[in-house]
Design a protein around this ligand. Structure first.
Ligand SMILES: [Zn+2]
Length: 321
């Protein structure tokens, strides 16, 4: 393999960090997982990345041409992490010190955008020019590829589909808005809605809680899905309402971006059987016919290292221009 065919991809997670050398075809050449150690502060995290990359460069025949970093948070175009709640970072300059220490061009990207790029270039949406990636976990994140280009936006933040309004004046979100898609279908919101519903219908909820052998605080999406599948009416109602909110979001995503493919991933999607596909089926009659006809969905293909692979894919992409 030629020297210039490899990029470094880094995923800085709340607790662990992944550093990978990834080929221009998406193959992971070498990979290391290490604790993030974010409590020691950003300088220490930067030092750890530099140490790991130097070690890999020493051992590997591949010499990376650039480096991409995925971070859960808002990142600006200069490589500054504006806000990353999991790391407790505000206005941390990440790109410039890494570029200085490693002598490589560095691109910093939001983690869900990174996994979108990974799926687009190396995963479930390979070869697709118009796609939307939606990841429903604790929060709801996304990324949009339109006309074979990642949508970036004026301040590097386009694609926040979790924060589209689905209910005007609705539930308070973690962002300044109310009624966001995330405030209904994010993992935290499903659990919160379940607890509130249990308070409203204690008798019905008691049956469910006994069957699931959990407290109301343990009602996550996967548990509710399982109970709904077993015929529990309380769980079925919550799942059905949640499906309705997600369907509303999917109608908007389809009509605004006209994607050929929606790639779905994240913990909530992974733990709830065909919930996502059912929500899209429920959305279809409301989607403009000219848009709905060619629209398909699939599941994300890249696994636990999706962000690292995607960050490297972004480094390859930027280089290609
Ligand atoms: Zn929001």
């Amino acid at each position: 393999m030629a020297d210039d065919n490899c990029a470094v991809g880094v995923d800085i997670g709340g607790t662990k960090m992944i550093v990978s050398f990834v080929s221009s075809q998406g193959q992971v050449i070498v990979e290391k997982e290490t604790p993030t150690g974010s409590k020691a502060g950003p300088d220490e995290v930067i030092r750890t990345i530099v140490t790991e990359v130097e070690r890999m460069r020493g051992r590997s025949a591949e010499k990376p041409h650039s480096l991409g970093v995925g971070v859960a948070g808002q990142v600006d175009e200069r490589g500054v992490v504006r806000f990353a709640p999991n790391l407790d970072w505000r206005d941390v300059s990440l790109g410039p010190p890494l570029a200085g220490a490693l002598g490589l061009p560095v691109r910093v990207v939001n983690d869900v955008r990174a996994s979108t790029i990974g799926e687009w270039r190396f995963g479930a949406a390979r070869g697709v020019r118009d796609m939307v990636c939606i990841r429903i976990g604790t929060g709801v994140g996304g990324g949009v590829v339109s006309g074979d280009r990642l949508l970036i936006g004026d301040s590097n933040a386009a694609g926040e589909i979790g924060h589209m309004t689905v209910v005007a004046g609705g539930r308070k979100c973690t962002c300044p808005n109310s009624g966001c898609l995330e405030a209904y279908v994010g993992g935290w919101a499903i659990a919160q809605r379940a607890r509130e519903a249990a308070k409203r219908s204690p008798a019905e909820a008691a049956v469910l809680l006994r069957r699931a052998q959990v407290k109301a605080s343990g009602l996550d999406a996967g548990t509710l899905w399982q109970l709904a599948s077993d015929g529990d009416p309380f769980a079925q109602r919550l799942i059905s309402e949640t499906r309705g909110y997600l369907a509303a979001g999917l109608v908007a995503i389809a009509n605004i971006f006209n994607p050929r493919l929606i790639v779905a991933g994240g913990g909530v999607v992974g733990s709830t059987g065909q919930f996502f596909e059912e929500a899209l089926a429920a959305a279809r009659p409301q989607i403009l016919p000219s848009i709905g006809e060619s629209l398909r969905s699939t599941r994300a293909q890249l696994g636990a290292n999706a962000v690292a692979i995607g960050a490297a894919a972004w480094a390859h992409e930027v280089r290609r221009g």
